[in-house]
Design a protein around this ligand. Structure first.
Ligand code: SF4
Length: 505
C-alpha cells in the first residue's frame, strides 16, 4: 500500500535530506529536462498561445466568480442524467461516502483511475481500513503503490524512479497482489508496460466498482471529463457496474464550449503532446452502456477557504498540468517528497497552505518559502496563476500568524534593530564604524574569498542568522564606510552627505 505524508518534517529539513540523494537528483534532472523540452516544442507551435492562456484563465475565473450557482446547476444536470450527487465538506466525509457505496455492493476491492482529489483525501488508506483494496491502474501510480512509496509528481508520481528500479519493484511486489511479473522481465519500457498491462487486466475484468476523479465538470450538461494517456482510465470508467467520481468543486466549468481552450492547453502543458490520447466524457447513466450506478462526490476540503482568499483564490484555476513543477529549479533538485504532500512543487507550495490554512502546522507554513521566486512557474502556467504573487502573499500570512507569539522571532528582533539604526544617521554612522572594525578583523583572518578577492564574512551567530548566512556568501563589511571615506577625502568636519532632512520626515 502507498505510504503517507503524515508526520513529514518542514520543507528545509526534508529538502536537505533529499539533496543528499544523488540518484534522486540524477533521476529528477533527467525526467524534468525531457518533459520541459517536449512542452517547449509543442507550445512553440501555437502562435496564439498567450491568447489561449488568457481564454483558459477566463473560463476558470468565470466559474469561480459564481461558483455556488455553477455547482447547483451542475448538481441539477447530474441528477437529471441519472447520477447520485453527494456533497463532502472534508476528506473524512468523502472517504466515508466512497466506502459506503463500495460496501453497499459487498465488494472488497475497487479499481481506480489516477486522481489527485482521491490522493488528497487519502482514499486508498481509508478504504484499506474498511477492508477494501483500492488498486491503482495508472502505470506510475501502480509503481508507487507496489513499492509502498509516496508520489512525487502530479502527473508522473514515480518520476523519482528510473526503469531499473521499476523492474526491481515489479519482480519483487507484483506476485503478492495478483499476477506476478514474468521472470525474464527486462527494464525496457515496452516490456515493463506489458507486465503492468497483464497484471492490471485481471483486476479490470473482476472489479465491480470503479473510482475516479475528474479533470473538468460541465455545469450545463452534467458532463464529467477524464483526461489520460494510457487507456486505463477508459477501462475503469466503462467496465465496472458502479462508478464513484470524487470531484473537487473547483473543477466546474459553465458550458461544454468552455472545455475547448482547456483541452487544448492541458496536453501541451502536461505531457508535451498536441492532443490527449484518451479523453473520456460521461453524463450520468446511459442504460445498457457503462456503469449503471454513477455517484459523484463534490468535494470541498478547504477549497471554499481558498476561494475566500482574494489573492490565493487564483490557485483554484489550476488544471493540474504540472508544468510548473517541471520548470521549478527548487523542485528539480529536491524532488516532490520534500513538500510533504500529494501536491508538490510550486502549485503545492501555494495550494497546501490555501487548503489547510496558514498557522496550522510548521510543515505547511514552510511551503511558501520553498521557492526562489524566479517566476518560471508563472511563465509556463496555462491558466496564468501568478504563483510568485501568491507565495509572497502567503509568506506575509505566515509571518502575521506569528505576531502574537510571546517569544520574539530573531527576524522580528533584527528588523526592529535595523529600523532603530536606520532612523537616525548618527546611529547609522556609529554602526558603520563598528562594522568597519569587524570588516578589518575578517579581512585579516578570513579564509574564504568572494569573486574579486573580497573577504567573505562566513557564518553569522545564532540559529536564524546562521541558517541565513549558511546558504549565502555574505561579504565582509568594508574596512572603511562611505561616510568615513567622504570625511577623509572631503576634509575634517564633513559628516558626509545626509539623505535625511527634517523636512523630509
Ligand atoms: S499551477 Fe498552473 S502550471 Fe502548475 S499545475 Fe496548476 S495549471 Fe499547471
Amino acid at each position: 500500500m502507498t505510504g503517507t505524508f503524515v508526520g513529514m518534517p518542514a520543507f528545509p529539513t526534508a529538502a536537505r535530506a533529499a539533496l543528499g540523494d544523488t540518484q534522486l537528483r540524477h533521476n529528477m534532472a533527467h525526467a524534468t529536462g525531457v518533459i520541459r523540452g517536449k512542452r517547449a516544442a509543442v507550445v512553440g507551435e501555437v502562435e496564439a498561445w498567450e491568447d489561449l492562456r488568457l481564454s483558459g484563465a477566463a473560463v476558470k475565473e468565470t466559474a469561480l466568480r459564481d461558483l455556488d450557482v455553477q455547482l447547483e446547476t451542475l448538481e441539477a444536470s447530474l441528477v437529471a442524467g441519472g447520477a447520485i450527487v453527494h456533497w463532502a465538506r472534508d476528506a473524512e466525509e468523502a472517504c466515508r461516502i466512497v466506502a459506503d457505496v463500495a460496501k453497499s455492493h459487498g465488494v472488497d476491492e475497487v479499481v481506480k483511475v489516477k486522481s489527485m482529489a482521491t490522493a488528497e483525501i487519502g482514499l486508498n488508506e481509508a478504504l484499506q481500513a474498511e477492508g477494501i483494496a483500492a488498486w491503482e491502474t495508472d502505470l506510475a501510480e501502480l509503481i508507487v503503490q507496489l513499492a509502498g512509496d509516496l508520489p512525487s509528481h502530479i502527473l508522473v508520481p514515480a518520476i523519482h524512479r528510473n526503469r531499473a528500479e521499476v523492474r526491481e519493484i515489479f519482480l519483487r511486489e507484483m506476485a503478492a497482489v495478483g499476477r506476478p511479473a514474468p521472470a525474464d522481465l527486462t527494464d525496457e519500457p515496452a516490456v515493463l508496460a506489458g507486465a503492468a498491462r497483464a497484471h492490471l487486466r485481471e483486476k479490470f475484468l473482476r472489479a465491480k466498482v470503479g473510482v475516479s476523479g475528474a479533470n473538468f465538470a460541465v455545469a450545463e450538461t452534467g458532463t464529467l471529463v477524464v483526461v489520460e494517456s494510457e487507456g486505463n482510465g477508459r477501462m475503469c470508467l466503462t467496465l465496472p457496474e458502479v462508478l464513484v467520481s470524487v470531484v473537487g468543486i473547483e473543477k466546474v466549468v459553465p458550458t461544454y464550449a468552455d472545455l475547448d481552450p482547456l483541452l487544448r492547453l492541458l496536453p501541451r502543458s502536461s505531457t508535451g503532446e498536441r492532443m490527449n490520447p484518451y479523453t473520456s466524457t460521461w453524463s450520468g447513466v446511459t442504460p445498457g452502456d457503462g456503469p449503471q450506478e454513477v455517484h459523484v462526490v463534490l468535494l470541498d476540503n478547504g477549497r471554499t477557504n481558498a476561494l475566500a482568499d482574494d489573492v490565493g483564490r487564483q490557485a483554484l484555476r489550476c488544471i493540474r498540468c504540472s508544468a510548473c513543477l517541471n520548470v521549478c529549479p527548487v523542485y528539480e533538485r529536491t524532488g516532490g517528497h520534500a513538500y510533504g504532500s500529494v501536491y508538490p512543487g510550486p502549485i503545492g507550495a501555494i495550494l497546501n497552505p490555501l487548503l489547510k490554512g496558514t498557522g496550522v502546522d510548521a510543515q505547511t507554513d514552510s511551503l511558501p518559502y520553498a521557492s526562489s521566486l524566479c517566476g518560471a512557474c508563472f511563465e509556463v502556467c496555462p491558466v496564468r496563476i501568478d504563483i510568485p504573487e501568491v507565495l509572497v502573499h502567503l509568506r506575509a500570512k505566515v509571518v502575521d500568524g506569528h505576531r502574537d507569539d510571546r517569544r520574539p522571532k530573531a527576524e522580528a528582533v533584527a528588523m526592529k534593530g535595523a529600523a532603530y539604526v536606520l532612523s537616525d544617521h548618527r546611529r547609522l554612522a556609529r554602526v558603520e564604524r563598528l562594522s568597519g572594525l569587524g570588516g578589518r578583523v575578517l579581512t585579516r583572518f578570513g579564509k574564504k574569498r568572494l569573486p574579486g578577492g573580497r573577504a567573505a564574512a562566513g557564518a553569522l551567530p545564532g540559529p536564524g542568522a546562521s541558517a541565513w548566512s549558511g546558504a549565502r556568501d555574505l561579504p565582509a563589511p568594508p574596512r572603511e564606510s562611505f561616510r568615513a571615506w567622504w570625511a577623509r577625502t572631503r576634509g575634517p568636519g564633513s559628516e558626509g552627505p545626509s539623505t535625511t532632512k527634517e523636512g523630509d520626515r
